[in-house]
Design a protein around this ligand. Sequence first.
Ligand SMILES: [Fe+2]
Length: 201
Amino acid sequence: MKALFFVDTHGRRPLHERIKHRAQEADVLVCAGDLTEFGEGYSEHLAFLDSIGKPVVLIHGNHESELTTRMLVPDYPNIRYIHGGAWRFGSHLFLGYGGGGFVVDDEMFEDATLRFDEAMAEHPDAEPIMVVHQPPHDIGLDEVGSRKTGNRTMRSYIERVRPKIVVFGHLHMHAGEETTIGGIRYINPGPGGLLLDLSRL
Ligand SMILES: [Fe+2]
């Protein structure tokens, strides 16, 4: 089972074309947010993703609003908006949390963890995969200069649940980078995307 993860394409058509091309090898696409530049042309970009013909797991970035995303996504049958919730695909359970940017202590994320916990209890045999927009705190890939800008609430939840992989974006200077801490793989796939065989994690 192969997943193509990508983030922060910001409406750039050549990048979306590249994702479409690479999607031929994937069973599922996962967009970790900022599909647009300040929400511009959101429907067109969603329509493009939908037209690829593969299931797409989506969360919004800080360039899109939750409300607009919730309104638009039902028009596109291949797209699943998983912000604050979960979606099972095969033997994996995608847990999603979009938006943010530079939030450190996050009550909204805390609320979402109740739904993540419920979903994991309903699917105890599924492997969780965390898809967020903002990086978790203190993983090296949340640094802007020497400042750690990642989300602490997210990080402590991840340490508790221990998904094998956590995918995020937002900080473009860390696009395409990844790190493993305590057996958890933290990945910023960048706009070019990263194809992973989930059955071999
Ligand atoms: Fe962002």
